[in-house]
Design a binder for this molecule. Structure first.
Ligand SMILES: NC(=O)c1ccc[n+]([C@@H]2O[C@H](COP(=O)([O-])OP(=O)(O)OC[C@H]3O[C@@H](n4cnc5c(N)ncnc54)[C@H](OP(=O)(O)O)[C@@H]3O)[C@@H](O)[C@H]2O)c1
Length: 323
């Protein structure tokens, strides 16, 4: 697919991953409708307006995931949609249904309904490994991948509200695609790290920030590998442009344990207070290199973990989050 002059919409364009996706799309000649939650808040807009080609090829729209009309206004006039906007909170929440599940699920339904209304060719939905990995009955000798689904009841029992929100939202997307005959393709990234474009810290970069401060949290039900933010953005473009891409796409540089990640951070950066973890921080998770085979077959060469860590820490320093 040639991108020149094509107009696409990125929901959550102001976010950590969204702003990288907007950046790469503009570089490739797309015109982008990017959505933000509050057009008056410079923290959501300034880094986008500073991107090269923003003057000529970027339009910002204010949306609320629960407000269909605001979403429809951002999607009108586009041919493709990347749906990233979703609350990304993995810490404790007061009201999980209102803060996480409802905006994730209703937002996805609203975006897909608007895409259908305006004859969008293809919608890329950003799901997560969180809709894969809280799956305790998965056999320990089989690598978790696109064919593994998070266990909804387990998520509810353990209060894994973010995982629940991503799982129900992805399920809603597949149901809509089937019932309403819409071309939907899904990317399932692991923990995303790498250079930060917005001025604020998102949930995954906060995990690294806290690790550098000595946090002993191991995310037993969440982690199954990490990925560079630029690779996640590129994965979205690859599955959009390659019509042969179908279904879910695991997006991690390897299936691995959080302790593996922390050990490499500690080795590369002994100046920080990174704790030592036991070998198995994700009980029952089988490690695997080259697990994201579907994306690799589309041409994605994953940035290695050492580079992911170096780029992330350099960015945390540049933004003044760590010294
Ligand atoms: N980061 C990761 O490790 C990771 C891994 C797997 C999947 N994901 C998924 O990737 C997507 C982006 O995540 P991220 O890390 O880039 O998070 P982020 O920086 O927090 O970005 C989330 C985006 O969604 C928007 N948003 C949230 N609630 C909204 C609402 N009610 N109405 C309108 N917009 C709303 C935010 O708008 P504002 O900026 O205006 O608040 C922001 O643009 C999410 O779907 C997340 O679940 C992330």
């Amino acid at each position: 697919m040639s991108s020149k002059g094509k107009v696409v919409c990125v929901t959550g364009g102001s976010g950590y991953i969204g702003s990288w996706l907007v950046h790469l799309l503009l570089d490739r000649g797309y015109t982008v409708h990017a959505t933000v939650k509050d057009l008056q808040d410079e923290r959501e807009t300034k880094h986008l307006l500073a991107l090269e080609a923003a003057d000529s090829s970027l339009r910002l729209f204010q949306i609320d995931l629960l407000d269909y009309d605001s979403i429809a206004a951002a999607i009108t006039g586009t041919v493709g949609v990347f749906h990233l906007a979703s609350p990304n909170i993995i810490d404790r929440v007061q009201d999980p249904e209102r803060e996480l599940v409802e905006p994730a699920v209703m937002g996805t339904k609203n975006v897909l309904a608007a895409a259908k209304q305006f004859g969008i060719q293809r919608v890329v939905v950003t799901s997560s490994t969180s809709s894969i990995t809280p799956s305790p009955s998965w056999p320990a000798d089989v690598v978790k991948g696109e064919d593994c689904w998070a266990d909804v009841e387990y998520c509810k029992q353990k209060g894994l509200w973010y995982s629940l929100s991503k799982t129900l939202a992805e399920k809603a997307a597949w149901e809509f695609a089937k019932d309403r005959d819409l071309d939907v393709v899904v990317v399932n990234p692991g923990f995303v790290f790498g250079p930060i474009l917005p001025p604020t810290l998102n949930a995954s970069m906060s995990v690294l920030f806290r690790l550098l401060q000595g946090s002993t949290e191991t995310y037993p039900d969440f982690y199954m590998g990490c990925v560079h933010v630029k690779d996640v953005a590129l994965a979205h473009i690859l599955v959009y442009e390659n019509t042969c891409a179908v279904g879910r796409h695991l997006c991690v540089e390897a299936v691995s344990h959080y302790g593996d990640f922390a050990a490499i951070v500690a080795e590369l950066h002994p100046e920080y207070n990174v704790p030592r973890f036991p070998k198995e921080t994700q009980p029952g998770l089988l490690r695997a290199k080259n697990a994201a085979k579907k994306l690799m077959d589309l041409g994605l060469e994953f940035i290695p973990i050492e580079q992911i860590i170096e780029d992330s820490i350099e960015s945390l320093k540049r933004h003044g989050f760590v010294s």
